[in-house]
Design a binder for this molecule. Structure first.
Ligand SMILES: [Zn+2]
Length: 148
């Protein structure tokens, strides 16, 4: 279990902390990984797509290709630092909050809003297939602006 407060605490130089977080997650703290970790974990919890992070990286003069961003996001996800929320086959968002919760997806703004885990209740869930267990349940409720 990684202490997330290390990564999210506001501090003038977070780099040593993020380096430690990456090491604890089993990832070599390369310059690119540390720079992307700073963008991801340097503030409050957030949801970000690879394209958004790529845009933020170029704004921050971090020179990385979109392919590298994808690889890094997936490595962070596999290491348990990020949660992936798939919107459709072509689109995923990465959530810095890895705890159990659900999401609204605002279709016309391409934005995710958190829903607390206990705000969604299931009357019944199908039993997991033979020899399997449910690892978690993700609910994405798609919303759009209501006409006035
Ligand atoms: Zn979330």
């Amino acid at each position: 279990m990684i202490d997330r407060t290390i990564a999210t605490r506001a501090h003038p130089s977070r780099t040593p902390c993020l380096t430690a977080v990456l090491r604890m997650a089993g990832l070599r703290p390369t310059r690119q990984r540390v720079a992307l970790a700073e963008l991801l974990f340097g503030g409050p919890h957030r949801h970000v797509s690879a394209e958004q992070l790529h845009g933020e990286a170029s704004m921050a003069n971090v020179n990385v290709s979109l392919a590298t961003i994808y690889n890094t996001l997936h490595q962070f996800h596999e290491a348990g630092l990020l949660r992936e929320v798939a919107i459709d086959a072509a689109r995923s968002y990465f959530d810095t909050d890895t705890s159990d919760h659900h999401h609204f997806f605002v279709e016309d703004e391409q934005r995710m809003i958190d829903i607390p885990a206990d705000a969604v209740e299931f009357r019944s869930l199908p039993r997991a297939p033979e020899g399997m267990e449910v690892s978690h349940v993700d609910v994405v409720i798609r919303v759009r602006r209501a006409p006035r």
